[in-house]
Design a protein around this ligand. Structure first.
Ligand SMILES: NC(=O)c1ccc[n+]([C@@H]2O[C@H](COP(=O)([O-])OP(=O)(O)OC[C@H]3O[C@@H](n4cnc5c(N)ncnc54)[C@H](O)[C@@H]3O)[C@@H](O)[C@H]2O)c1
Length: 356
């Protein structure tokens, strides 16, 4: 599915828009507010933030919604069907639980929660109250990510050997979670979406360079299918990289979210020819065409919010499902545990006899 199919579903009109409250008006909340304001399927009733200055900034651009510093006002409001939560990850459990128990549908920004236990608590609360709980995994709505997924699912890349991902820049250090929980959910949700499986093993190295929170992490993942993946996550890098290389037996793909050619398909590879004598092997290298497919220009966040509203109205499951949210939390948790254990694999020192 490239961006066009996605676009038509965002355009679909509802009889009654879903009445929303946006909670958290820091860095990301205003993006959700902008998108919700433009989306025909949504109507913003409330914006909530504990910081009055954040609300003042909202009021200057969007005079219509009511503003409050009290989350209780939001969940008590009868004209609010659904709550969109864009607050720091450590607050997700408390806020989501209160909203779910008040019978509100919830879209919560990634990660769903900051522990597997908290995520399970939220899933159980949503099941009990019969409302929709959706994690905000925005990249599942990216046209580029969907182009690559289509290639993988159609078998065009062949046997998937490995995936290598870099998500680094001089980013905002989060106070409450490590870089695994902040940047990791993007790559982990993409991997799960592309491969339709969760890793059997995760190992990670990290370092807390600036504060006592890990700000760089190298995560290795092994999948039951045999595919291996590596994600380099960091808030400390001079230039922004959002680059993924997918290597298959037939073709290779570079997906670069910062490029104006975000997906490039390389008809390249190497084949091992049948040996004619024992001990002999011959490799045949292939470097064919490089194709840059057209990728629709559609804002993933708009599609994510449209999916949330349509799923509420239709009673259907959103693409960014609760199963995805839970699996991503399990992947972040495993990476963090491995990094804290400090010995994810048996580290080997350099051979001391060979010093220069
Ligand atoms: N999908 C994406 O691409 C994407 C991008 C950035 C951030 N995020 C996610 O969005 C969420 C918010 O991140 P951010 O960078 O905007 O954080 P932020 O710290 O800039 O903003 C959070 C806001 O929430 C407010 N807040 C905190 N506790 C509150 C409470 N109890 N009630 C109401 N308001 C409260 C804070 O005052 C602040 O204004 C995080 O979960 C983050 O992972 C997602």
């Amino acid at each position: 599915m490239n961006g066009e199919a996605l676009y038509s579903f965002a355009e679909e009109q509802l009889v009654e828009p879903v009445r929303l409250a946006i909670v958290g008006a820091g860095y990301w909340g205003p993006n959700l507010l902008r998108v919700a304001t433009e989306l025909p399927q949504a109507h913003v009733e409330f914006v909530c933030d504990v910081r009055p200055d954040a609300l003042q900034a909202v009021a200057r651009r969007y005079p219509a919604p009511r503003l409050t510093t009290e989350f209780d006002d939001v969940i008590a409001a009868e004209d609010v069907d659904a709550v969109v939560i864009a607050t720091p990850p450590s607050t997700h459990r408390t806020l989501c639980l209160a909203a779910l128990e008040a019978g509100k549908h919830v879209l919560v920004e990634k990660p769903l929660a900051t522990s597997v236990r908290d995520a399970q608590t939220l899933v159980a609360a949503a099941e009990r109250t019969g409302v929709l709980l959706m994690p905000g995994h925005t990249f599942l709505y990216s046209p580029s990510v969907n182009v690559v997924r289509d290639l993988i699912q159609a078998g065009e890349l062949g046997d998937l050997y490995f995936i290598s991902m870099s998500r680094v820049n001089l980013g905002l250090h989060q106070a409450d979670v490590s870089v695994a929980w902040d940047l990791g959910p993007h790559d982990f949700s993409i991997l799960r979406y592309w491969l339709d499986e969760v890793p059997s093993m995760v190992s990670a190295f990290s370092r807390s360079c600036v504060t006592d929170v890990a700000d760089v992490m190298f995560v290795s993942l092994e999948f039951p299918s045999g595919t291996i993946a590596h994600a380099e996550l960091s808030w400390l890098a001079p230039s922004k990289l959002r680059r993924t290389t997918v290597v298959g037996s037939e073709k290779m793909v570079v997906y670069d979210d910062t490029s104006n050619e975000p997906v490039r398909i390389f008809d390249s590879g190497v084949v091992l020819a049948n040996p004619s004598t024992f001990g002999e092997y011959q490799l045949a290298y292939r470097a064919g065409d490089v194709v840059s497919p057209r990728v629709a220009v559609t804002e993933p966040l708009m599609l994510e919010l449209a999916d949330f509203c349509l799923s509420i109205t239709r009673g259907s499951k959103p693409r960014s499902s609760i199963e995805v949210g839970l699996d991503v939390v399990r992947m972040c948790d495993a990476a963090d545990r491995s990094a804290r254990a400090r010995r994810p694999r048996r580290p080997e020192p350099l051979d001391a006899r060979a010093t220069t």
